[in-house]
Design a protein around this ligand. Structure first.
Ligand code: HEM
Length: 525
């Protein structure tokens, strides 16, 4: 039955074809030949056009593409372009196609529905240099090594159990910060520097068991080096965009990053040597636990194959964590303080809450933090307007796929424009207004499940340091705002402009003057 039907259909096709092809004269024959060729070609072109359409975007110049039109405030420029081209647009930068995703719906497609496809990175050359060839977490593709080291970091450093066990470091370092400010009362203070050193000391204690002061002056230049590392990772580099020019290192960025690596390498060699000599630094032993460096060194010794986990892997992991933890946290503390200082009403509410929850004859403890709901809302509202990583960290699809009906070829560099999403009037009423109340009534968190609000990212690449980052932000801010009253210098012109970068920071450092808020001096010691 079926074979008879197939026979009849083929017969019909052949009959039609012969009718089509049997020309009455030469003129007909030519026309039919042309049509026979052009109809399938048109169908093919139409099919290709509809199935492989790239997202819309601006035209660029031959070879270099849109590179000469990039501005320094890329987050603002991409947001303006989103208004013109829509929720997803593409731009050719040299040899590389870049796609910017600007809506919460499409961010969800990338970071949830196709999270696995988009779980690779597209590391810049400078990122590869400082992480010993991308042997870290941040710049690794989603491969077995990446999954293993991320799991190791989460289970050994950032788990709830470990965070509870290392509370002693946070308490000590935050108290040290309060004491340092107390000793500088009435003078100008760079809040970011205080926050940076506090976070750095907490993290180095968790990583290798010592604070900055325990290892001489080795970490003295670290903040400056880190700033440079972040600047170099966030600046568009011709060597990445037009690879055949990379040998010339036209912007000198490769050389510059190699200089930073020399410092980092010297630092880690010293720390590892020291650790090998005195297996247990002079540190407070936490629960008899090993610090992360000890765990990593043991792991290296256990591996039969030295290539699978070497000293290089350890150093790459350490620089990742130091950079990822300190600059983000201190940048956010500066932003939150700036927002509070520019809103006296908000300052009053934060301090009233601290007086109520902590009291004026007491100091802030970690147990108070969950009760500071207004401060928490202020921090979240600051994150909304000033996400430190405005495009998260670029992702890269491992195969060609579709987003919003457009084709995204394998290897495209993908930015999720959190800066635009968190200021989008379709997601937020009066989006430019600083209004912490919007975070008071609903259940908001940083877990990346609500795609309107993604300061720590979402999906399998979400920031693994989130539990520590969140704790440290609230703890440092609560302590500084509980212990001191802060004011600006008289001549200080207050402004809230930002400077785009891999971590986008306040353009002008926030310099403030503290005065005492507590009457009992012993609370500062
Ligand atoms: C205020 C504090 C912090 C903020 C705002 C922040 C933000 C982020 C963001 C937006 C990402 C990229 C997520 C994505 O691509 O979807 C990220 C990645 C990362 N963060 Fe954080 N972070 C903070 C603190 C920390 C801390 C304390 C650590 C470690 C102790 C850390 C370690 C990392 C690492 C290793 C990655 C790479 C994850 C991966 O590629 O799988 N961060 N962070």
């Amino acid at each position: 039955m079926l074979s008879a039907m197939a026979y009849n259909i083929s017969l019909a096709i052949i009959n039609c074809w012969s009718w089509w092809w049997e020309a009455k004269n030469q003129h007909d024959a030519l026309a039919r030949t042309m049509l026979t060729i052009s109809v399938p070609s048109l169908v093919y072109v139409w099919y290709k056009w509809t199935t492989s359409r790239l997202p819309p975007g601006p035209y660029g110049l031959p070879v270099i593409g849109y590179i000469p039109f990039l501005r320094s405030n890329l987050h603002e420029q991409f947001t303006e372009m989103a208004h013109k081209y829509g929720p997803i647009f593409s731009l050719q930068l040299g040899r590389k196609l870049h796609v910017v995703v600007n809506s919460m719906d499409l961010a969800k497609v990338v970071a949830r529905e196709q999270d696995n496809t988009f779980a690779n990175r597209s590391p810049p050359l400078t990122g590869l240099i400082i992480t010993y060839g991308g042997m870290d977490i941040v710049w690794s593709n989603n491969n077995a090594h990446y999954r293993n080291v991320r799991k190791l970091l989460v289970s050994q450093v950032l788990s709830n159990a470990n965070l509870n066990a290392t509370q002693v470091f946070r308490t000590r370092e935050v108290r040290n910060a309060v004491n340092e400010v107390y000793n500088k009362i009435g003078t100008k203070i760079d809040i970011k520097k205080i926050a940076f050193d506090t976070e750095l000391n907490v993290v180095t204690n968790m990583l290798w068991g010592c604070s900055k002061s325990d290892i001489g002056d080795l970490l003295d230049g670290f903040q400056e080096v880190e700033c440079k590392i972040i600047e170099l990772m966030g600046t568009p580099n011709i060597s990445d965009l037009i690879p055949f020019l990379s040998r010339f290192d036209l912007q000198g960025m490769k050389k510059d990053m190699q200089r930073q690596l020399e410092y980092v390498d010297r630092l880690f060699n010293h720390i590892i040597e020291r650790k090998n000599k005195v297996k247990n630094c002079k540190i407070d032993e936490v629960d008899g636990r090993k610090d992360f460096l000890e765990i990593l060194l043991d792991l290296k010794e256990q591996k039969n194959d030295p290539k699978s986990f070497s000293i290089i892997h350890i150093k790459a992991l350490l620089i990742d964590i130091l950079v990822a933890a300190t600059d983000t946290t201190s940048t956010m503390i500066e932003w939150v303080m700036a927002r509070i200082l520019s809103n006296p009403g908000v300052m009053k509410k934060v301090q009233d809450e601290l007086t109520e929850v902590v009291g004026l004859k007491n100091i802030v403890e970690e147990s108070h933090l969950p009760k500071l709901t207004y401060l928490d809302a202020v921090i979240k509202e600051t994150f909304r307007l000033h996400p430190p990583l405005p495009f998260l960290i670029q992702r890269c699809p491992s195969e060609s796929c579709k987003v919003g009906g457009y084709t995204i070829p394998k290897g495209t560099v993908i930015y999720i424009n959190v800066w635009a999403i968190q200021r989008d009037p379709r997601n937020w009423s009066n989006p430019l207004e600083f209004n912490p109340k919007r975070f008071l009534n609903c259940k908001w968190d940083y877990n990346g499940n609500n795609f309107k609000f993604l300061p720590f990212g979402s999906g399998r690449r979400i920031c693994p340091g989130l539990p520590l980052g969140e704790k440290m932000l609230v703890y440092i801010l609560a302590s500084l705002l509980h212990s001191f009253t802060w004011s600006l210098q008289k001549e200080e012109e207050f402004e809230l402009s930002d400077e785009f970068g891999f971590v986008t920071k306040k353009r002008k450092p926030l310099i403030t003057i503290p005065s005492l808020r507590l009457s009992d001096a012993s609370l500062y010691l």
